[in-house]
Write a protein that binds this ligand. Structure first.
Ligand code: NAD
Length: 269
């Protein structure tokens, strides 16, 4: 597995959809892609602020609550109707839990997984036929380091992001057969609105946080260069590196040899 080398820029005129697109990572990515002559549509919750973010960037805007399956499909249909194709879907919308160490708040858990996990599954399902129609393309999921190293202070977020990484790894082979590459980006803490509640703790501990543009660079590189099913860790001073999953002990057969999983469970290769 290789790092998503930032070299090949997406073809000019290709079309990218970014969910949660008016937030920190979305704006940084939209700026990069717009400057590479990609046609960008930011999909986000309906607000004057979000519409004007897109207008100020000179890119498209679509109202989308990613927790609504049908709305994801409608936005993809609208993008295809307006731009004729979809080449990349950045499934980036996300919210964090409250970060209360002791509380297990079931309402909050349902809210967070609806956006951070179900939104990714719905977005993939919606984009898949359009990407196929475009002759192939990419899905880039903004997961989190919390999906690889669970946060003791945010169970909902850790479950959702871990689930998103598992989803990407699970569906990668099937999508790859259709010419679609799916990958996950797993950033550490980065300088966007989502860390506002904890910003002063990072500052007082002199803890380095990523810039939004460092993460956007990894997202853009994943579009053109990701390995199917890869999860790229992005950390300050480290760049974007593929996470090496350790694997699990294989079952042994009666002879004590490692048993092979039946081919039917692996799917066609
Ligand atoms: N900033 C970090 O430290 C960090 C680290 C790792 C992963 N992430 C992930 O990166 C992604 C982008 O976050 P960000 O850092 O840019 O934060 P952000 O708060 O600036 O952006 C998040 C965006 O998601 C949108 N959103 C929230 N709920 C939505 C919904 N139901 N439907 C559509 N859009 C919705 C928000 O309106 C906002 O524009 C998120 O998935 C987040 O979990 C962030």
């Amino acid at each position: 597995m290789t790092s998503p080398t930032p070299s090949p820029t997406p073809p000019a005129g290709s079309v990218a959809l970014i969910t949660g697109g008016t937030g920190g990572f979305g704006r940084a990515l939209a700026t990069r892609l717009r400057d590479a002559d990609v046609r960008v549509v930011l999909a986000d919750l309906d607000s004057d602020r979000n519409r004007s973010v897109a207008a100020d960037l000179g890119v498209g805007f679509a109202v989308l609550d990613v927790t609504d399956h049908a709305a994801n499909q409608q936005v993809v249909a609208d993008v295809e109707a307006e731009h004729g194709r979809l080449d990349a879907a950045f499934l980036n919308a996300g919210i964090a839990g409250s970060g209360d160490t002791d509380a297990l708040d079931v309402e909050e858990y349902l809210r967070v997984i609806a956006v951070d996990l179900h939104g990714v599954v719905y977005g993939t399902d919606a984009a898949r036929p359009a990407l196929r129609r475009a002759g192939g393309g990419s899905v880039v999921v903004t997961a989190s380091l919390a999906g690889l190293s669970p946060m003791p202070t945010d169970q909902a977020y850790s479950i959702a992001k871990g689930g998103a990484v598992a989803f990407v790894r699970s569906i990668a082979t099937a999508l790859h057969r259709e010419g679609i590459t799916i990958s996950a980006i797993c950033p550490g803490f980065a300088d966007t609105a989502i860390i506002d509640p904890w910003r002063e703790h990072f500052e007082s501990a002199d803890f380095p946080v990523l810039s939004a543009d460092e993460v956007a660079a990894a997202m853009a590189a994943a579009w053109t260069s990701a390995e199917p099913g890869a999860a790229y860790v992005v950390q300050p001073g480290v760049g974007a590196l593929p996470y090496r999953f350790k694997g699990v002990p294989a079952a042994k057969n009666a002879a004590g040899e490692s048993a092979r999983i039946p081919g039917q469970l692996l799917g066609p290769l």
